[in-house]
Each structure stands twice: as structure tokens, then as C-alpha cells.
Design a protein around this ligand. Structure first.
Ligand code: GLC
Ligand code: CA
Length: 562
């Protein structure tokens, strides 16, 4: 391969997302906090993590779990103080760990001072920070459906105005067309970067550009509305805002940025990421997209190994050698990967290790989500009331309206709810999984008794021990280069439920192979190999053959002839 990419400090690293509310509670109030993160930095270092993204810890009413910010310059007291945060920065630095905050700048909270002032005087200065529009014929200004259901337009009592919110009505969208808003936001981003942050994960960023005049689109549901992402797909000109954001903030600090990007035009990829791009990288959501339903969670197609594999392979073929994406198995908006991307018979520890093997060694930046490293799974709730997530309640409603029974709709939530990933981290077999000494803000998955960090640290065959080996191998001196920059090439695609690819360069050829099938498989290598890692005893090399039991995974270095 002719290698045209400039190497960056983060290319060979491993990253980890912390959902702070559920990570570790240090003071017994049932809510995870910053001191809890400090306590666990050595654990993360030991796992092989170099970069941490912390979901929002700013002041928030928590309508959408911190993604509704009421003061960008304050830490929410539930998480601690600014002193705690500064200490976290120092402690992370000592361990050579880079910290990313979450940057939520498409919207803020309705409790933010700006919005409170805007509501008091929609025609005044702060009214211009948001989108206030007159209704049309006694109806909302346009027919968009918000991401969390219902119209994106909320009437302002006592006026003929509505304000725009793409997410919950408590998350009013900021008006990026207003230069003052942009300046306020850039100032805030610079303020945090001055503190020594490595950068940001950037939330919902594709929504910042709105189509002038808010045109209606063809309705796509019986509510007469159309998903607001239709507008996002149509609107042009977001690049100017993103370019300015980079120039005025990120570039000044050489910040690392990873964006949540949906609905990008394919031809814009290079404008978005890479050296000249708006961001350092963005998440690869190919697997998630392949599982999405047309109308909601309830009509999502079930797990299909081949569709899932194709989605990942297609993305890899497109990006390798060109741009670096961040690869995930799951995040705080998705169900657990170990419950989603594995056939039923593979939903066990060996399956979790197999999934890890296939994902972690792909081209790109491996981005783990808390609990993934111990194989945490979805959590069954008894009632819709047990769910906290705003989106889950909305999706439950959609499923009910589509005619599903309560039980069926709950089953849909069990498969898809964002709360599956938000149950407390399972640290030990003690009460509440060692997450808190108090009453956890959210139900702990009852499987913590068997599935927890403490037990897995002592077990040479645990998922956690395997993750450590896998990350160590990826970063090993001898293999770091090939796993970071080596070509990606799929193999054995015709051999049933085999997920297999090579990572190779002029000097090395490493085969990654996993058997998602129920039956044992034999792969003809055509040459000798050396086993670098295997997830089960019965995975073996026999001359030029690789033997994989069901749920077997292997990393094999292929040896040159002679
Ligand atoms: C992003 C976040 C999600 C949040 C939404 C609104 O998608 O990941 O958790 O609900 O933006 O901020
Ligand atoms: Ca706490």
C-alpha cells in the first residue's frame, strides 16, 4: 500500500468511554462521580487504555442524562466539584492518560440562563440564541418529528411563537446562524482546552445547520410528521460552521476530536476527518445502521451475521489507508454488543471474547465502552417504569401504538434500550456490584454476582484478562505497526459464519479469524502460522490448518515460506 496518511499520536492507542453516572460512586449517594473515576484510573491503565471520553459532567437537570446542559462552565454537584475535575486531570496525566469531555453544542438545557432570558423576551437579544418561529395556520412552523418523538416545535405560552428542539423539549436548539452564539461556544471550548483537556467527543453535531425557512417534507408516519433528520440530509453549508469551530477552538490547542456524525454525504468524508478535516476522527456506526428499524426499535430486523459482517467489512474497505475511524461495539446509546451482535448460542464469555477479537484488531481506533471488557449484557426490566431513559419511553410508546402488547413492547426495550448500557458498572460480587455503598440510581444487572471485575481479575480465562491480552497485543512493539497501519483484507467469506481478515504490511501478515457458527470449522491456511492469541484451548493450528470450535477466535501470524 502506498501510505499517504500522516501519523498522529493517537493512531496506535486504545480509548474508553465512561458513562460517569454509572461508573463508580465514591460517596455512597448512589450516583457515579469524578472521584470514582480517579479511583479507577489504575484499573483503566492496567487494561491498556490511553484515552478516556467522559459523557457529560456539566451542570444539568438530567432530562437526557447530562446531554441537557444548564451551565457549560460548572461541574454538576452530583459528579463533584471543579477541584475534583482538576485532580482528575492531574492524576490522568501522571498515568499518561488523555481526557476527552463531551461537547454538546447543538442544544442546551431549557434551564440554561440563555434560554430562560430568551423565554422572558423572545424578541430580545437572547431570543436570537435559539429558534423562535411563528406558527403556520395555527400549527407548528414545520412538520418535523423530534428524535425523541412528537413535534420539534414547542409552543411558547401567551405568544404565537414556537421554539425548536430536535431532541427533548427541555433541549432547545442553539441558533448557530447567530455569530454571538458561535463566539460564546468557541470561548467555552477554548476555556476547557486551556485547562489541559486533550479534546472532545462531539455530540449530535450534524444537527447544528438548519434549513432556512424550515420547509416541510413528505410525512413518513401516521402522525403526519417527518423525522427531523430529513432536513439534516437536505441542508447544505454545515462545513462553514465546522471549519470555524476548528479554526477558532480545536486547532489552537491541537485538540483531538471524535465526532458523532450521522447523515454525512459520502463525498464529504475527507472534509470531515483527517488532517485537513473538521475533526480528528468520527465513530463508525456501520454495524448499528445495519441493525436499525424503519420506524423504530420495534421493527428492527433481528440479528443477521452476514448483514452485520458485510456492514463492517464494507466500511473497513472504504476507510483503510485513507482515514481513521473510531471502532465501537457499543456505547451509551445502544444495547450491549454481547447481547446484540452474537447469535443466541454464542452469548457467553467465549462469544464476548470472540466479538472483542474481531473488533479490536480492525483498522481504526478501538473505542471500548465501560463494562464491555467484562462482557456486560443487556438487563431485563419488569416494567416500563423501571426505565429511566427518555428515548426508551418514547420507543415503548411507538411499539404500543404499532399494536404490540405490553410484553412485546418490553421485549423490544430489552433488546434495544439505551439503559441496557447504562446499568451500573459491575466491580465486584458485593452488594450493588461494588458500584455504590448506597442505593444505586439505576438497577444493577443481577448477573453481577458472576460477571464482575474483581472475579475476572483473578481468572486467567476471563473476558477481562482476554481484553488485556488483546490490547497488549495490538500495541506490542512487534505488532503495533501492522495492527495500526497494516492493510485490511477480508478472507474466508465463503466459509459460513466465519469472521476473518488479515492485517498485513511488507513485513508481516496476521490473520484474525473467528467462528460465529454452531459447528466446528477448519480453515485451510496454505502456509505455516504462529498462534499469537486464542480464546479457547480447543482453538489450534494443525499443520496448515486452523481449527476453530464454535465461538473460537484466533490471531495467527502467517509465516513466510521456507
Ligand atoms: C447524542 C448522545 C445521546 C443524546 C443526544 C442528544 O446522540 O449520544 O445520548 O441523547 O445526542 O444530546
Ligand atoms: Ca456519588
Amino acid at each position: 500500500m502506498v501510505f499517504g496518511m500522516k501519523k498522529q499520536w493517537w493512531h496506535g492507542k486504545a480509548a474508553y468511554q465512561i458513562y460517569p453516572k454509572s461508573f463508580r460512586d465514591s460517596n455512597g449517594d448512589g450516583i457515579g462521580d469524578i472521584r470514582g473515576i480517579i479511583e479507577k484510573l489504575d484499573y483503566l491503565k492496567g487494561l491498556g487504555i490511553d484515552i478516556i471520553w467522559i459523557s457529560p459532567i456539566y451542570q444539568s437537570p438530567f432530562v437526557d442524562q447530562g446531554y441537557d446542559i444548564s451551565d457549560y462552565y460548572e461541574i454538576d454537584p452530583a459528579f463533584g466539584t471543579m477541584d475534583d475535575f482538576d485532580e482528575l486531570m492531574r492524576e490522568a496525566k501522571k498515568r499518561d492518560i488523555h481526557i476527552l469531555m463531551d461537547l454538546v453544542i447543538n442544544h442546551c438545557s431549557d434551564k440554561h440562563e440563555w434560554f430562560q432570558k430568551a423565554l422572558a423576551d423572545p424578541q430580545g437579544e437572547y431570543g436570537g440564541y435559539f429558534y423562535f418561529e411563528k406558527g403556520k395556520d395555527g400549527k407548528a412552523p414545520s412538520n418535523y418529528r423530534s428524535y425523541f418523538g412528537g413535534s420539534t416545535w414547542e409552543p411558547v405560552p401567551g405568544t404565537d411563537l414556537y421554539y425548536l428542539h430536535f431532541f427533548a423539549k427541555e433541549q432547545p436548539d442553539l441558533n448557530w446562524e447567530n455569530k454571538k452564539v458561535r463566539e460564546e461556544l468557541f470561548r467555552m471550548v477554548n476555556w476547557w482546552l486551556d485547562k489541559g483537556l486533550a479534546g472532545f467527543r462531539i455530540d449530535a453535531i450534524m444537527n447544528i445547520k438548519k434549513e432556512a425557512g424550515f420547509p416541510d417534507y413528505e410525512p413518513d408516519g401516521s402522525d403526519g410528521l417527518v423525522r427531523c433528520s430529513r432536513m439534516v440530509e437536505e441542508v447544505k453549508g454545515i462545513g462553514e460552521f465546522l471549519g470555524e469551530l476548528k479554526r477558532e477552538a480545536f486547532a489552537k490547542h491541537d485538540a483531538f476530536t471524535v465526532a458523532e456524525v450521522f447523515n454525512m454525504r459520502k463525498e464529504e468524508l475527507k472534509e470531515f476527518i483527517g488532517e485537513e478535516g473538521h475533526f480528528s476522527t468520527m465513530f463508525d456506526f456501520a454495524a448499528l445502521d445495519a441493525m436499525a428499524g424503519g420506524h423504530g426499535w420495534y421493527d428492527a430486523p433481528g440479528y443477521d451475521f452476514f448483514r452485520w459482517r458485510k456492514a463492517i467489512f464494507d466500511a473497513q474497505k472504504k476507510y483503510q489507508g485513507e482515514v481513521f475511524l473510531a471502532n465501537i461495539i457499543e456505547n451509551h446509546d445502544e444495547p450491549r454488543g454481547a447481547s446484540t451482535y452474537l447469535p443466541d448460542y454464542a452469548q457467553n464469555d467465549e462469544g464476548a471474547k470472540m466479538l472483542a477479537t474481531t473488533s479490536i484488531l480492525l483498522w481504526g481506533l478501538p473505542f471500548l465502552y465501560q463494562g464491555q471488557e467484562i462482557g456486560m449484557t443487556n438487563c431485563r426490566m419488569k416494567d416500563i417504569e423501571d426505565y429511566d431513559d427518555i428515548d426508551t419511553r418514547n420507543q415503548y410508546q411507538i411499539a404500543r401504538e404499532a399494536g404490540l402488547s405490553k410484553e412485546e413492547a418490553l421485549q423490544v426495550c430489552y433488546k434495544h434500550s439505551r439503559d441496557n448500557a447504562r446499568t451500573p458498572m459491575q466491580w465486584s460480587g458485593e452488594a450493588n456490584a461494588g458500584f455504590t455503598t448506597g442505593r444505586p440510581w439505576m438497577k444493577v444487572n443481577p448477573n453481577y454476582a458472576e460477571k464482575n471485575v474483581e472475579a475476572q481479575e483473578k481468572d486467567a480465562f476471563s473476558v477481562l484478562t482476554y481484553y488485556k491480552k488483546l490490547l497488549a497485543l495490538r500495541k506490542a512493539e512487534k505488532y503495533g505497526e501492522v495492527f495500526t497501519y497494516g492493510d485490511f483484507r477480508p478472507d474466508y467469506e465463503g466459509e459460513g459464519m466465519i469472521f476473518s481478515y488479515h492485517r498485513s504490511n511488507e513485513k508481516q501478515d496476521v490473520l484474525i479469524a473467528a467462528n460465529f457458527g454452531r459447528e466446528r470449522a477448519e480453515l485451510e491456511l496454505g502456509q505455516q502460522g504462529e498462534m499469537l492469541l486464542q480464546n479457547q484451548d480447543t482453538v489450534s493450528l494443525d499443520g496448515g490448518k486452523l481449527i476453530l470450535p464454535s465461538c473460537g477466535a484466533a490471531v495467527v501470524e502467517l509465516l513466510p515460506e521456507g
